[in-house]
Design a protein around this ligand. Structure first.
Ligand code: GLP
Length: 241
């Protein structure tokens, strides 16, 4: 695992946008795994600036969602499909048909999970998976004690994660209890994992993920098992390393 400490979130965004741009030059139809939350926004903004400057061609790029809430109406502004459309697909001018994600409004959620897991493999696998980290060490929505071999499946959110994400909703009660997430085993199949963490609030989770033992209790520690994992942290998030 490579750990890169940058000065701030903007610098982290530039660094990862460079890495994605390099990948797209080598492989124009690369499948990019995208994460939601506040942390990856500087990456998408830096990448959009490169697209505007003509420094990178995203016309053949494909993207895949990491996770999704269960039960939000299709088109709900906080469904992760809507968030990715708003923050990634539209600003980058990506082909909306080249965007895959799990169906959080399916009547048979389990079947939707299995379908998505298969679809990722059939698409050739994720080339670069961008990840954030929860304050409890989760990646995607793999909460503590998720199996390190888990596949895409339905999970129940912890109270802490629902509270962390309540800022995107009017009220805590509006935050769904259930989600679909790529499993840790699924995530580990991506060719390159890039985790970005910024701010003091992530410092403890980062320290446990990077320097603690590989343990289901800290899902992000699974990155230690991956042959090509990069952890980009700003100085605040690196403060307990
Ligand atoms: C959610 C997402 C994760 C994300 C995490 C942290 O739980 N499912 O993919 O990493 O939030 O979000 P933030 O970057 O806003 O702290």
């Amino acid at each position: 695992m490579e750990v890169v400490i940058v000065q701030d979130a903007a610098a982290g965004g530039q660094l990862i946008a460079d890495s994605i741009a390099d990948l797209l030059r080598r492989k124009p139809d690369a499948l990019l795994g995208v994460a939601t939350g506040s942390t990856p926004l500087p990456v998408y903004q830096a990448l959009a600036a490169r697209v505007r400057d003509g420094a990178v061609d995203v016309s053949r790029a494909r993207i895949a969602q990491l996770d999704e809430y269960v039960g939000l109406a299709p088109g709900h502004p906080e469904s992760y499909r809507s968030v990715v459309e708003r923050e990634v697909v539209e600003p980058l001018g990506l082909d909306p048909d080249a965007f895959m994600g799990p169906d959080g409004s399916a009547t048979d959620v389990q079947a939707a999970c299995e379908r998505y897991d298969r679809a990722l493999a059939e698409a050739g696998g994720v080339d670069l998976q961008l990840l954030g980290i929860g304050t409890d060490g989760h990646i995607g929505f793999n909460e503590p004690c998720s199996s390190l071999a888990s596949r895409t499946r339905i999970k129940t959110l912890t109270r802490q994660t629902r509270e962390d994400n309540a800022r995107f909703f009017d009220h805590l009660d509006d935050v769904p209890h259930h989600v679909i997430t790529q499993g840790i085993g699924t995530i580990l199949e991506a060719r390159h994992l890039v985790l970005l963490a910024t701010g003091e609030g992530k410092a403890e989770a980062v320290a446990q993920a990077v320097e603690g033992p590989v343990a289901a209790f800290v899902p992000a520690s699974a990155l230690q098992l991956h042959p090509h994992a990069t952890v980009v942290v700003d100085e605040a998030a690196a403060s307990r390393l």
